[in-house]
Design a protein around this ligand. Structure first.
Ligand SMILES: [Zn+2]
Length: 75
């Protein structure tokens, strides 16, 4: 169930070491929500082209052209 009108940002808290000034509304992370919204990324972050989560560049498992895939999606 998704909260009505809410913007949901899915992040894995143990991997989120750049939370300062991330501009996440509400300040609450919903770990099991699949309604992912693409948010602007910092220079040291990328958006996984499979799950569309913004992750740190150290999480890139595969890069294909301008598309990167995170370690979770690539195993
Ligand atoms: Zn992914």
């Amino acid at each position: 169930m998704r909260p009505p009108g809410a913007r949901s940002v899915v992040m894995e808290l143990d991997e989120a070491d750049g939370l300062d000034g991330a501009g996440v509304p509400g300040g609450e992370f919903i770990a099991e929500e699949l309604n992912v919204q693409v948010i602007p990324q910092a220079d040291d972050e990328f958006t996984c082209y499979s799950c569309f989560l913004v992750r740190h560049r150290s999480q890139i498992a595969r890069q294909q052209g301008s598309h990167a895939y995170c370690t979770d999606c690539e195993g």
